[in-house]
Design a binder for this molecule. Structure first.
Ligand code: ADP
Ligand code: MG
Length: 640
């Protein structure tokens, strides 16, 4: 649906940020001032960093490869990052993995080679497979992908950094810059905004590695002050600790005495239970035995904490050392950032809080935060995008307005107004005690907001309860000479005010404008069914996008079952959209709405909790009673 696309795919090569992780890799990009991860068909942003080599030269990357790792351990390369830039004679190399290494030959370079079937592959080639897959995913979503910022651990040496660059080149990716992972996390949190000095700790607990970094910000530039960690410590160790307990209770006192399949099942069950216990305080773990009845037991968060406590505590000494090396006391830190999937574990969070004497920053998904920072850096390095590709205008090509009650688009600046231009209009409340307004900015000529292009939505809150029609909302639209739209909404009786900036023309080419106009003229005669289908598709895509976004930000609020249900509803709706079945789209949009309700409610709670610090609960109850709605037009409403 071209109408919903923020970027015209033809117009701009989108710079991307890549987190090339040991366990999982991700790719993200900047869209409309925000950052988003590219997701796969299951809406997961994570690509397991696993590559399977088939007998006939084909490769599989990601989830499918990970499934095959247990069956084909020698042909499936996991955690290839550990081998990057390492020599074949490095004692560390042999210790890692069950692989069939090719002995270095006389007169050849000393790089590691894995033998997979009749081929030999290097870690650079394996990493290139992962990068190629990530780039492909990004292209599916963005069409034209520009250069990339790729993150590497702060401790990577020159050889490891060079190997990473070589892998990118092999995958056909232009590297704008390599960026240290902890720095990327700090950028994602915007710690460089609004200050020039500061000291931060980045605590990164992934699947199999633990990294601690102390960064300082000097004159707006991040510098690594110290690094430390343990390259053999992570979430996998928690899984092993829990699986050990399960197997012991099943009568197996040592991993070595169990069948490899049973060990795999116990580890999988342990990991799934660990993920569930991030939200739940108790869960049931079930492991199928090799024969006979399944083993099943309840596992509480407290028991889990006791089992994995020693793993978490092993991160302590490296943290203290890193602080000492950097010459800072915990109290002197300006912030502590959590990175890596394993920092979702509540015990890890409380451990970090006590150790660093700081409430750690967790607002950004710890899986995605590094990729986000890389994307922001890529966007910055690539500039704002080729400006000449944006429509150069001296008039407003399409009308700009807001959605009012009933979904009607009220035009505030009409098409062909010369710019710069500005105009204000008055609105009021529709319901008694309404304490907010939803301002939905739209662009286009159609009568209903839903038929136009949605540019931005924001909410004006904090208006004291009044009878309907008493509030005076003044909405001002200004478009500057660059075509930038600035929207201000101000409640006149209280002076409460909000502003947003939007780029109304961005990514719209003259053709699009033409087409949108034609649509608005033709629409009277247009086939009703076709129009309804289009509306349904637009609605569906909006719900899909909103759900995806909500999951990206607050997906951790769902347990595994709820997440699976949501993913199923998303897939079903996508399928209906692909088939163009109007009724199915309608039903499945409702289905997705239902499946997303728990997430919506919990997000609301989380937002309220956050906002509440400093406010009395009563205030919020009032606010929730009269939810913000779209404004209502006053008379003919025009003030000037
Ligand atoms: P890496 O940086 O090594 O690529 P990640 O940051 O992707 O690794 O972390 C992967 C680890 O995070 C795995 O051990 C996984 O089990 C763990 N993990 C992911 N989600 C959760 C969760 N909800 N609760 C606990 N651990 C989680
Ligand atoms: Mg990582």
């Amino acid at each position: 649906m071209a109408l919903l696309q923020i970027f015209d795919p033809k117009a701009r090569a989108v710079p991307i940020g890549i987190d090339l992780g040991t366990t999982n890799s991700l790719v993200a990009y900047v869209v409309d001032g925000g950052v988003e991860c590219v997701t796969d068909c299951n809406l997961s942003p994570l690509l397991p960093s696993v590559v399977y080599y088939g007998a006939h030269g084909a490769t599989l990357v990601g989830d499918d490869a990970r499934t095959l790792a247990a069956l084909h351990p020698r042909e499936t390369i996991v955690s290839v990052k550990r081998f990057m830039g390492r020599g074949a004679d490095d004692p560390e190399t042999r210790r890692l993995g069950p692989y069939d290494f090719v002995a270095p030959r006389e007169g050849e370079s000393n790089t590691v080679r894995f033998r997979v079937h009749s081929r030999e592959v290097t870690p650079v080639e394996v990493s290139a497979e992962i990068l190629r897959e990530l780039k492909g995913r990004a292209e599916d979503q963005l069409r034209t992908v520009g250069g990339a910022v790729i993150t590497v651990p702060a401790y990577f040496d020159d050889a490891q950094r060079q190997a990473t660059k070589d892998a990118a080149r092999l995958a056909g990716i232009e590297v704008l810059r390599l960026l240290n992972e902890p720095t990327a996390a700090a950028l994602a949190y915007g710690l460089d905004k609004g200050r020039t000095q500061g000291t931060f700790a980045v605590y990164d607990l992934g699947g199999g590695t633990f990294d601690i970094t102390v960064l300082s910000l000097d004159d707006g530039v991040f510098q690594v002050r110290s690094t430390g960690g343990d390259s053999q410590l992570g979430g996998d160790d928690m899984d092993r600790a829990v699986a050990t307990v399960l197997l012991r209770e099943m009568g197996v006192d040592d991993f070595a005495h169990a069948s490899p399949e049973l060990v795999r099942r116990a580890l999988d069950a342990a990991r799934a239970a660990k993920h569930r216990l991030t939200e739940a305080s108790e869960t049931t773990v079930t492991v199928a035995r090799d024969a006979g009845e399944d083993f099943s037991r309840a596992l509480t968060r407290a028991e889990f904490d006791a089992i994995v406590g020693p793993v978490v505590e092993r991160t302590g000494p490296a943290c203290k050392r890193a602080l000492r090396d950097a010459g800072v006391k915990p109290e002197a830190l300006d912030g502590v950032i959590l990175v890596g999937g394993s920092t979702r574990v509540p015990l890890v969070r409380s451990f970090v809080r006590e150790l660093f004497k700081h409430e750690p920053l967790t607002d950004i998904d710890p899986d995605q935060v590094v990729a986000f920072g890389a994307a922001l850096q890529a966007d910055m390095l690539a500039g704002e995008g080729p400006r000449e590709d944006a429509l150069i205008l001296d008039v407003i090509p399409l009308s700009l307005g807001i959605e009012t009650m009933g979904g009607v688009a009220e035009k505030i600046l009409t098409r062909n107004t010369t710019i710069p231009a500005g105009r204000a209009q008055l609105f009021t409340t529709y319901a008694d005690n309404q304490t907010g307004f939803v301002i939905h900015v739209v662009q286009g000529e159609r009568e209903m907001a839903v038929d136009n292009r949605s540019l931005a939505t924001f909410t004006l809150k904090g208006i004291p309860p009044m009878a309907a029609g008493l509030a005076r909302l003044e909405v001002t639209f200004r478009v500057d000479a660059d075509g930038m739209l600035d929207v201000t909404a101000k409640e006149l009786t209280t002076g409460v005010e909000q502003r947003v900036e939007v780029k109304p023309s961005y990514g719209l080419e003259a053709d699009d404008v033409e087409r949108m106009l034609m649509e608005s003229f033709e629409h009277a005669e247009s086939d009703l069914a076709a129009r309804q289908l289009r509306e349904r598709v637009i609605e569906a895509e909006q719900v899909i996008a909103a759900t995806q976004k909500a999951v990206g930000i607050d997906g951790d609020l769902l347990d595994e079952d709820e997440r699976a249900e949501l993913d199923g509803a998303l897939a079903a709706l996508r399928d209906a959209v692909a088939k163009g079945d109007r009724n199915a789209i309608h039903h499945r949009t409702e289905g997705l709405d239902r499946a997303a309700t728990p997430l919506a409610e919990r997000r609301m709670n989380r937002a309220v909790k956050r906002a509440m610090s400093g406010h009395a609960l009563k205030e919020f109850e009032d606010e929730l009673d009269a939810r913000p709605t779209h404004p209502h037009l006053v008379g003919d409403g025009h003030t000037h």
